[in-house]
Write a protein that binds this ligand. Structure first.
Ligand code: NAP
Length: 240
């Protein structure tokens, strides 16, 4: 049975991914930062093959401890999903040093710490899947989201470089770039804003966390064995 570790699995896209991977027969490690109860309640749905582990992915020592816990429970991690993240909208000139650093620490350095810790096991077994969750803003840039866009673009660069380096070890590395997905991240938008957003999307609706999760499960599966270094947009046609 394969083991997947999903960062930021207590809510939104990560929680949906945990559900889809569990349904597909994986052992699932659900990482969270603050939402311990939510992550533990989710993990309790698959007794014996799901584990909730708290860790701030921006802290390499906590990432190390999280992987140690995963390995103790299930052996090595075969599939890593770097999904943890948060959004922040601000005029570029108002972004503080601390806000800039936290954005890069969580999204980009967090993925670095997780990939670095996950890879030795994958290399040893000559099989592994690494999936990063970027954003359409990492592809095209978002106004008032420069730090977020830069971090998410960095994830795409990491994905492509790592795909080349790890391909000879039987490891694929791919990225999913969601568009506007209906999660807590959209909580600040009014019904009118959401309707206006939906009107700009060729498929006419916000995406669901499950739709992103389906793409992640596909890229982890055997059917995607010859796909690596790619960025798969799940955005209803908003960015093509
Ligand atoms: P969400 O519903 O707000 O959930 C975010 C998740 O990330 C939560 O589980 C949260 O944990 C976790 N998290 C945040 N910071 C963390 C940290 N430092 N260490 C560990 N976990 C952390 O967000 P979402 O919409 O599902 O977003 C998931 C990913 O998709 C993010 O990387 C986001 O940038 C990306 N994305 C989202 C959209 C969208 O429209 N929703 C679009 C493009 C890309 P706690 O609950 O425990 O705090």
């Amino acid at each position: 049975m394969k083991t997947v570790l999903i960062t930021g699995a207590s809510r939104g896209i990560g929680a949906a991914a945990a559900e889809r991977f569990a349904q597909a027969g994986y052992q699932v490690v659900l990482n969270y930062l603050h939402s311990a109860e939510k992550a533990q309640a989710l993990a309790a749905r698959w007794p014996g093959r799901a584990l909730a582990v708290g860790a701030d992915v921006a802290d390499p020592a906590q990432v190390q401890a999280m992987f140690d816990a995963a390995e103790e429970a299930f052996g090595g991690v075969d599939v890593l999903v770097c999904n943890a993240g948060f959004a922040a909208q601000k005029l570029f000139t108002d972004v503080t040093d601390g806000e800039w650093r936290r954005m890069l620490d969580v999204h980009l350095s967090g993925a670095f710490y997780c990939c670095r810790r996950a890879l030795p096991h994958m290399i040893r077994q000559k099989w592994g899947r690494i999936l990063t969750v970027s954003s359409m803003w990492g592809q095209v840039g978002g106004s008032c989201e420069a730090a977020y866009s830069a971090a998410k673009a960095g994830l795409i660069g990491l994905t492509r470089a790592l795909a080349k380096e790890e391909g000879p070890s039987g490891i694929t590395v791919n990225c999913v770039a969601p568009g506007v997905i209906d999660t807590d991240m959209m909580a600040g938008f009014s019904a009118d804003d959401r309707a206006a957003l939906a009107g700009e999307i060729p498929l006419g609706a916000l995406g669901t966390p499950g739709q992103v999760a389906d793409a992640l499960v596909f890229l982890a599966g055997d059917g995607a064995g010859y796909i690596t270094g790619q960025v798969l947009g799940v955005n209803g046609g908003l960015v093509v």
